[in-house]
Design a protein around this ligand. Structure first.
Ligand SMILES: Cc1ncc(COP(=O)(O)O)c(C=O)c1O
Length: 287
């Protein structure tokens, strides 16, 4: 199966995609991105991801020439050309190419890139055993709601986690949990399911919002509320959510057990509902 690239309207084998060294994405990280996965060839949350991409670009004053329908058709065509049932679709928009200068002209033409690769299998044992996380100071900027290419704090945090034998690093700002380096965090206390408030310090995850819907439909009290890092240790359950991990139980935080140190029933039931929803998903994603 071929890995597919799409650059500014043209599909090609991924290895043939070339971008200028003067692209502002390369020089300044001046751009935005999305990651969408497919199940049985159907993109999960296509509308939601494209809406977030458009919002991120708008917030950075990057003009978009593609309409929503044109995004859908480019993404769907790429998925079809790749032939992958289970694909990882990466979309990146940069402000465009220009001689290096911080200031930008509003007349630049954005560089639009899509890459489509096979989605690597996620280790099933992680769902059965749960994963470990560490907490790290959130040193990121004040607009983490924008899915920008500037990921240095996330890259360093993820590396720190890996070196500590953990799967994920959870950012903590002023004592409160914001999110993971590449995931959102949820906790459970009896019938209450909480996610940090979706403000400028957190990316409003497509998976998170879907899991919140599942939780409400299953009768839980769902709250968007800031919670203190110490609540990770006292919660009945902690879990991570995100495109590539779905609903992943956390069993240790900074080498201390969460609850009994085993994946909890609530995360498990959300994962079951999540899988059932995917089974019913149509060609344009969620209903
Ligand atoms: C910082 C951050 N938060 C949250 C998420 C989860 O978002 P989504 O569920 O839309 O993949 C991601 C995903 O990559 C992320 O990078």
């Amino acid at each position: 199966m071929p890995n597919i690239g799409y650059l500014n309207g043209q599909f090609m084998p991924l290895e043939q995609v070339q971008v200028s060294v003067e692209d502002r994405g390369y020089q300044f990280g001046d751009g935005v991105y999305e990651v969408i996965r497919t199940y049985r060839g159907h993109p999960f949350g296509l509308e939601e991801h494209v809406a977030r991409l458009e919002r991120s670009a708008r917030e950075l004053h990057i003009p978009l020439s593609l309409s929503k329908q044109e995004w859908f058709s480019a993404i769907l065509k790429g998925i079809q050309q790749s032939g992958y049932e289970s694909a990882k679709v990466y979309i990146q928009i940069t402000r465009g190419t220009a001689p290096r200068n911080h200031q930008f002209s509003s007349s630049l033409t954005p560089t639009i890139l899509i890459t489509i690769r096979e989605m690597p299998e996620f280790d099933m044992a992680s769902y059965v055993r749960g994963v470990q996380v560490i907490t790290v100071p959130d040193i990121r900027w004040g607009r983490c709601d924008i899915k920008s290419l500037n990921l240095l704090p996330n890259v360093l945090a993820k590396q720190q986690a890996a070196e500590a034998g953990a799967f994920e690093a959870i950012f903590v700002r002023d004592g409160f949990v914001t999110e993971g380096a590449s995931s959102n965090v949820m906790i459970v206390n009896e019938n209450m399911v909480s996610s940090p408030e979706l403000n400028h310090q957190v990316l409003a995850g497509v998976t998170l919002q879907f899991v919140m819907r599942i939780a409400r439909a299953n009768g839980y009290d769902v709250h968007e509320r800031s919670f203190h890092v110490e609540e990770l240790a006292t919660a009945d359950e902690v879990f991570l959510v995100g495109t590539t991990i779905e609903v992943l139980p956390v069993t240790q935080v900074n080498h201390s057990k969460v609850g009994l140190g085993l994946p909890g029933p609530v995360a498990g039931s959300f994962m079951t509902s999540f899988s059932a929803a995917i089974e019913e998903m149509g060609p344009l994603g969620l209903k």
